[in-house]
Each structure stands twice: as C-alpha cells, then as structure tokens.
Design a protein around this ligand. Structure first.
Ligand code: CO
Length: 207
C-alpha cells in the first residue's frame, strides 16, 4: 500500500543522514524552533519547503484558509504550546493568493460542513464589502486573501496567550505574509505586531 511514499521516505532519510550523520540524533534530543507557522492546508503551500526550513526549525499549524478562530482549541493549543513551552520568537500567519477556501467563501454554493468554517471569511468580506465590491472581480479574491491574513494576525494578537506573553516580557512578533502560488514568492504585508499597544483597546488585557 502506497509503496512509493515509503520508498520516498527511505530515500529522504538516507539523504539527510548522508548530509549530516547526526541529523536525526540531534533532533531526538529536543526541538527548539523559533517560528510558529499558521498557514493554509493547501498542498501547494508546504510550510517548511517555501522558507527553506529543515525539520526542527518550524512549528506548524495548518487549516483550510489559515483561519484563527477565538474558540478553536486546536489552533489555540498549538499557539499556547509554541509560545509558553517552545518560546518561539515569531508567529507567521501566511495566506496565499488563489486560496480555494477564500474563493469558496465568495460563492453561494453549499459545500457542507466546511461552510461553517468558511463563514468566518464571509464575515471579513461583509466588513470590507464596500471596498471589495468596487474592485474588478479578478482582484477581489486576491484582496480578500490579503484581508484574511490581516484579520487572522489581529485574532492571534487578541488572544490572552499572546498578550500574556507580551506582558511577561517575552519578545514575540506576529507577522502577516502572503504567498504567490504562481511564482513561489512570499510578500510581507507589513502588519507585524509585537506589542499590546498596537491592538484595539477593547481587546487589551490590563494587569
Ligand atoms: Co488556501
């Protein structure tokens, strides 16, 4: 069953050992990634590969359309572990142009269960609809993909996990990036946030 994948895996492990005989024994001791990646599940946007990172260098959470929802225990647990235990220094929310999840949110089909997940993106569309509706149709999806990243960066910053880290003096920066499937290039949306001062007052925890 799936013989090719096991063959590929064996070849990969052999290559890694050839380059560095201690590669796996070093990883066995501990992981100390500096980055948490929150990206889309899309098979065309593999986290480690596109930023040239090896196993051990990137802690990763992926879901459809890289959404950070206030009550998603999966995503929140990944964030809490990455911040409190692994002490990552950077959280990167990386969306991508042409995201199928974002595109689905722009349509009116019934896709089943996943529509409940994607409704978060419809909410973003609704917030920016006056601006988005003025754009030519081909630009609307791209802009909504960018806005989705911007909103998810805010959602990350609004969590008590990130704010408590900042209050404790943990140097942590949250970044918003977007990846182009057509050319493989990542663009920094320049919305990095590393202080509670940058988030809207209503979300702030005060101690
Ligand atoms: Co996507």
């Amino acid at each position: 069953m799936l013989e090719e994948l096991f063959t590929n895996n064996k070849n990969w492990a052999d290559q890694m050992k050839e380059k560095d005989p201690k590669f796996f024994s070093k990883l066995l001791e501990q992981q100390s990634p500096e980055y948490l990646w929150i990206g889309c599940s899309d098979s065309r946007v593999p986290a480690n590969e596109i930023v040239g990172m090896l196993p051990g260098e990137l802690f990763v959470h992926r879901n459809v359309a890289n959404v950070v929802i206030h009550t998603d225990l999966n995503c929140l647990s990944v964030m809490q572990y990455a911040i409190d235990i692994l002490k990552v220094k950077h959280i990167i929310v990386c969306g991508h142009y042409g995201c199928g999840g974002v595109a689905a949110a722009l349509r009116h089909h019934d896709h089943g269960l996943i529509d409940n997940w994607l409704r978060n993106i419809k909410d973003i569309y609704q917030s920016y609809s006056r601006m988005l509706d003025k754009l030519p149709e081909e630009d609307r999806l791209s802009r909504l993909c960018e806005l989705n990243v911007i909103e998810q960066v805010s959602n990350v910053c609004h969590t008590n996990i990130v704010q408590n880290a900042w209050l404790k003096g943990h140097e942590l920066t949250v970044h918003g990036w977007i990846y182009g499937i057509k050319d493989g290039i990542i663009k920094d949306l320049k919305i990095s946030c590393n202080t509670v001062e940058k988030i809207s007052a209503i979300y702030r925890i005060k101690k």
